[in-house]
Design a protein around this ligand. Structure first.
Ligand code: UDP
Length: 332
């Protein structure tokens, strides 16, 4: 009973691998290392370097390791890049998911957990947004994920595949034990950028838009700690293993923090000040994106532990502090 984690050397995937290993699971990782790093994974976990689009490699990995469930993270995730290169995103995210699921079915795997995104909602009409809200992505990234969700639904009906789709809101923070964290260079995500500014890795940072219809004029997001997020995957796996039906769940906490609240938290927790420039709105940013989390709480045995924004920030800062040393010792 081995779990195949695609993208297991990436930010969220590596937290998943630690969580599974901590829970005594057998794990194999498939990752092309385009944005992932071996040093983020626990020692001793087998890493197959390659693409989810490589049918022979996927089939060989499933058979050799006795894979019974797949948690599929591997994907391209930068929204503006998806606008510049839509076909690349459909190839890497949608076609490769098609390949992976097709080969999985061929090899007898019937349980899949899929990383989706709140971007499938686009500019959601109702906030907090429920899973049955209409999907209307505004960039190819969200569309590429939504198309994968649709494929899973259809393959589920045709082939008896059972799956859980998890729609992530804003994932942040790092492993509380300091084993892994966000390591991609040239980060654009708010908490990572603010942590870099707090540690002097950049001179300051920008706030994109202060004229939104929100309490302080800056955008609201539902920041979820990455460790809680991967525990939602474990709960989803338990649900499938217990014979649970296919389902789609929002993954957030159901509350929003503004850009200014996040920056204050980083300054408070880091005990430093740094320059913050007010800029115009960034294209494509919805004013508020907050999850309705009734369904996940009603269905899965999921107990989040790190809702406190300062805790998320503290873990992100601790990882950011140790990152250079970790990278150097991995390279040595
Ligand atoms: N943001 C910002 N400055 C930054 C990065 C992000 O003001 O340097 C804002 C961004 O405009 C959005 C919020 O922070 O309102 C969250 O952005 P992020 O890129 O972290 O996640 P997204 O919600 O776009 O997936």
């Amino acid at each position: 009973m081995t779990v195949l984690v695609t993208g297991g050397a990436g930010y969220i995937g590596s937290h998943m691998v630690h969580e599974l290993v901590d829970g005594g699971e057998n794990v194999v990782v498939l990752d092309n290392l385009s944005t992932g790093f071996r040093f983020l994974m626990p020692a001793g976990v087998p890493l197959v370097i390659g693409s989810t689009g490589d049918r022979d490699l996927v089939a060989k990995t499933i058979r050799q390791h006795g894979v019974t469930a797949i948690i599929h993270f591997a994907a391209s995730i930068v929204v503006p890049d998806s606008v510049r290169d839509p076909l690349g995103y459909y190839r890497n995210n949608t076609l490769n998911t098609c390949n992976l699921v097709d080969v999985a079915i061929e090899c007898g795997v019937r349980q899949v957990i899929f990383s989706s995104t709140a971007a499938v909602y686009g500019n959601a009409e109702h906030v907090p947004v429920r899973e049955d809200e209409p999907t209307a992505p505004i960039a190819p990234y969200g569309t590429s994920k939504l198309m994968s969700e649709i494929m899973l639904h259809d393959a589920g009906k045709a082939h008896g595949l059972r799956f859980v789709v998890l729609r992530y809101f804003n994932v942040a923070g790092a492993d509380p034990h300091g084993r892994t964290g966000q390591s991609t260079p040239q980060a654009t995500h708010l908490i990572k950028v603010a942590c870099e500014a707090a540690l002097g890795k950049r001179a300051g940072m920008d706030v994109f838009g202060t004229d939104y219809p929100t309490p302080d004029g800056t955008c609201l997001r539902d920041y979820i700690h990455v460790s809680d997020l991967v525990r939602a995957h474990s709960a989803a796996l338990a649900h499938l293993r217990a014979g649970g039906t296919s389902a789609t769940f929002n993954c957030g906490y159901g509350r929003g923090a503004s850009v200014l609240e996040v920056i204050s938290s980083v300054k408070r927790v880091g005990g430093v000040d740094f320059p913050v420039a007010i800029r115009g709105r960034r294209a494509g940013d919805p004013a508020a994106l907050i999850a309705n989390v009734d369904r996940i709480h009603a269905t899965l045995a999921w107990q989040p532990r790190f809702q406190d924004l300062d805790t998320i920030v503290a873990h992100a800062l601790a990882w950011e502090r140790s990152l250079a040393t970790k990278r150097d010792s991995a390279a040595a």
